[in-house]
Design a binder for this molecule. Structure first.
Ligand SMILES: Nc1ncnc2c1ncn2[C@@H]1O[C@H](COP(=O)(O)OP(=O)(O)O)[C@@H](O)[C@H]1O
Ligand SMILES: [Mg+2]
Length: 261
C-alpha cells in the first residue's frame, strides 16, 4: 500500500476582511514518491492550498484538517519536511549563488553540511561551477529558478511544494526545466512533489496525477491519473495518449465553466 504524505480533509479557507471564500471542501491525498499537479484558473485557490500545506498561509478562518506525514503543517515545517519553490525565485541579491543555496542549512547552524549540500545540488540542477560565485542579478530567469530549486533541495526535503515555478519563463526554457525537474525528482528517490500550474500540458507531462480545481469557491472537480510511461520526453508530448489526457483535464474545466453559465 502506498503511504500518504499529504492528506487534506474538507479543507476550507475564508478571508474575513475581504469576505472571500478562497477554498472550500478541498480533499485529496498525495502519496510517497508521487508527482501531483494542481491545475485550475487564476484565483481558484491553488496558492492558498499550497500555502496551507506549507504552513505559510495568510491569516484567515480555516476549516477541515491537513496532515503532513501524520503531523500538522506547523510540526512538519519544524521537522524540515518541505522544500518550497515559488514563481519568483526570491534569491538574496547580496549573497552569491553558492551562499543563497547554502543559506537554509547555514541558518540551522550546519555550515559544513551546508557547503556539501550546496555543491551537490548546484551540480544536480546544472549550474556550472563558474557561476557559483556570481550574484543573482547576473543570471537569466531560468538559471535563477534552477538556483531556487537547488536551495529548496539542500535540506533534502521529503516534500517539494512548487507554485508555478516556471510561469515567468519563455516556452523553451520552461520545457527544458520540466524535464530537468523530472530527472531531479527521479534521482531523489522518494520525494513527493505537489506542483501548482495553470498549464494543462505542463501538469500532464510532469505528473502521475492531475487534480483539477474550479473557482468561486475553489474546490476540486476532477482527478486524472496520468498513466504515461516514464521517462517522459519531448516525444511524449506528441503522442495520442498525451493529447487525450490534456483533453480530459480540459474538459473538466470547460464543463465547469458551462455549468456556471
Ligand atoms: N490574503 C488574502 N486576503 C484576501 N483574499 C485572498 C488572500 N489570498 C488569496 N485571496 C483570494 O483567495 C482566492 C484564491 O487565491 P489564490 O489561492 O491566490 O488563487 P490561485 O493561486 O489559484 O490564483 C482569490 O480570490 C484571492 O483573491
Ligand atoms: Mg497562485
Amino acid at each position: 500500500m502506498p503511504t500518504p504524505v499529504i492528506q487534506l480533509e474538507r479543507v476550507g479557507k475564508f478571508f474575513e476582511d475581504e469576505g472571500v471564500t478562497a477554498i472550500k471542501d478541498v480533499s485529496f491525498v498525495v502519496y510517497e514518491g508521487e508527482f501531483v499537479s494542481l491545475v485550475g484558473p487564476s484565483g481558484c485557490g491553488k496558492t492558498t492550498v499550497l500555502h496551507m500545506i506549507g504552513d505559510i498561509a495568510d491569516p484567515g478562518q480555516e476549516e477541515g484538517r491537513i496532515l503532513v506525514k501524520g503531523m500538522t503543517p506547523r510540526q512538519a515545517r519544524s521537522q524540515r519536511v518541505y522544500g518550497i519553490v515559488m514563481q519568483d525565485p526570491a534569491l538574496f541579491d547580496h549573497l552569491t549563488v553558492f551562499r543563497n543555496v547554502a543559506l537554509p542549512l547555514v541558518v540551522m547552524g550546519e555550515k559544513r553540511k551546508a557547503r556539501q549540500q550546496a555543491s551537490y545540488f548546484l551540480e544536480i540542477v546544472g549550474i556550472d561551477r563558474k557561476f557559483w560565485n556570481y550574484y543573482p542579478y547576473k543570471l537569466s530567469g531560468g538559471m535563477k529558478q534552477r538556483v531556487a530549486i537547488a536551495r529548496a533541495l539542500t535540506i533534502s526535503p521529503d516534500i517539494l511544494l512548487m507554485d508555478e515555478p516556471f510561469g515567468a519563463l519563455d516556452a523553451m526554457t520552461r520545457e527544458d526545466l520540466n524535464f530537468e525537474l523530472l530527472r531531479i525528482w527521479k534521482e531523489s528517490g522518494k520525494m513527493s512533489i505537489l506542483f501548482v500550474t495553470h498549464s494543462i500540458e505542463e501538469a500532464v507531462i510532469l505528473s502521475d496525477r492531475v487534480i483539477v480545481m474550479s473557482s468561486h469557491p475553489g474546490t476540486i472537480i476532477g482527478n486524472v491519473e496520468v498513466g504515461l510511461s516514464r521517462p517522459r520526453t519531448r516525444q511524449t508530448r506528441k503522442t495520442a495518449d498525451f493529447l487525450q489526457l490534456v483533453d480530459k483535464v480540459r474538459s473538466f474545466l470547460e464543463q465547469n465553466n458551462n455549468n456556471q453559465g
